[in-house]
Design a protein around this ligand. Structure first.
Ligand SMILES: Cc1ncc(COP(=O)(O)O)c(C=O)c1O
Length: 414
């Protein structure tokens, strides 16, 4: 036995004896990667997919400012400014309004894990990928999830929602305002009031719509609203914006169980973002530079005026849709009133492989458009005009590129 231990100890050397090793005795097993010797290189692209969009030049400048600490008083002021900007773009006076350190999905998770408790009934509009994602997260929480299934392109009438509310008596209803996978704009007037009559909270995803089309959180009685930084706001991906009504806040503060994530625990975040709960205290290290960018993008839209931003998107997208139809292309959403003014979906023209068209634009024009997502894959092409990208010049560029792609890409005539 002793002999076995002695052999093992000799093989391990100083580690077995717990001795301190000298620097010279360390040997790297993984060498420095060759690829990192090359300088970072990023192509210049026109991002006309459903997001991310190009950064506004002022946002790029804000993102190259000096680092400061996440707990410095100047940073707290920036966080306060961001809260005011979110209240403006959401048209809300909710005190519980803040930015999450994470992309749109983290705002969705923050909403669901804070509001739902295991066993709660959760009604979900699953007319595209975002509702499917919400349903998935609801299941992980242990909620009783009731999907209202529809094919991509569908939306929910007040009557359909009322039937779901009456049947399932949910705590929470999820709807996607701008269904970016299908290009549908879900109407929102009357839905909040209807939910409240049934003692249900209304959660709305506005990641692809906010800033591009009207939404009035307080007036439309939306209880939880979130969006992302990388669409109309032309900021880098990685932060999201969220707000909770007093009703939603009360639900969070009267929970029987702790939410299953510390990182997204709204009580902690509310303290950190100084949303009424004193004292302000550390929760996590925020992405300081991304918050500079977000503040700048909120400043830009505040200067431009929300109404002007809505008008700009509607005009550019109407122009795009007209030009696409002139090319003989079919818009996927038939009813013009239900077409999203930020992301347009085009039925894939007969005989083409959508991947050829998308690649043609990327390879020959450095323009990004995309195919469908989730249930709309193989059904649509998606073109986004988001924030500073919503211009007639960009429409002309993408339509001319598409025209050429349709002439050059292989077409199955059968
Ligand atoms: C409507 C909608 N909701 C949610 C998301 C998810 O956001 P993220 O990719 O920032 O997590 C997206 C992203 O495209 C979206 O378009």
């Amino acid at each position: 036995m002793l002999r076995v231990l002695a052999v093992a100890s000799a093989a391990l050397g100083p580690r077995a004896a717990g001795q301190v090793r000298t620097m010279a005795s360390y040997q790297l097993l993984v060498p420095p990667p060759e690829v990192l010797r090359k300088p970072l290189s990023v192509p210049k692209r026109l991002l006309l997919g459903p997001g991310p969009s190009n950064l506004a030049p002022r946002v790029v400048a804000a993102g190259s400012l000096q680092m400061i600490g996440h707990m410095h008083k100047e940073m707290f002021q920036i966080m306060d400014d961001i809260k005011e900007g979110i209240k403006y773009v959401f048209q809300t006076k909710n005190p519980l309004t803040l930015a999450i350190s994470g992309s749109g999905h983290s705002a969705l998770e923050a909403a669901l894990i804070n509001v739902l408790e295991p066993g709660d009934s959760f009604l979900v509009g699953t007319n595209g990928i975002w509702g499917l994602r919400a349903a998935d997260i609801g299941e992980r929480i242990g909620a009783r999830v009731h999907p209202m299934n529809k094919d991509p392109g569908g939306y929910y009438t007040l009557q359909e929602v009322e039937e779901g509310l009456a049947q399932h008596k949910p705590t929470l209803l999820f709807l996607t305002h701008g269904e970016s996978s299908s290009g549908v704009l879900q109407p929102l007037d009357g839905y909040g009031e209807l939910c409240h009559r049934y003692n249900c909270l209304l959660l709305v995803d506005s990641v692809a719509s906010l800033g591009g089309t009207p939404i009035y959180m307080d007036q439309q009685e939306i209880d939880i609203l979130y969006t992302g930084s990388q669409k109309v706001l032309n900021s880098p991906p990685g932060t999201s914006l969220i707000s909770f009504s007093d009703k939603a806040r009360n639900k969070i503060y009267s929970r029987k169980t702790k939410p299953c994530s510390f990182y997204l625990d709204m009580k902690w975040l509310a303290k950190f973002w100084d949303c009424g709960d004193k004292p302000r205290s550390y929760h996590h290290t925020t992405p300081v530079i991304s918050l500079f960018s977000l503040r700048e993008s909120l400043a830009i839209i505040a200067e431009e005026g929300l109404e002007n931003s809505w008008k700009k998107h509607q005009e550019a997208t109407t122009y795009l849709q007209g030009r696409l139809q002139e090319l003989g292309l079919q818009l996927f959403v038939k009813d013009p009133a239900l077409r999203l003014p930020t992301v347009t979906t085009v039925a894939i023209p007969a005989g083409y492989d959508w991947k050829d068209i998308v690649s043609y634009l990327m390879d020959h024009f450095n323009i990004e458009i995309t195919g469908g997502l989730g249930p709309s894959v193989g059904k649509v092409l998606r073109i986004g005009l988001l924030g500073c990208n919503a211009t007639r010049e960009n429409v002309d560029l993408v339509v001319n590129a598409l025209k050429e792609a349709l002439q050059r890409c292989p077409r199955n005539k059968l």
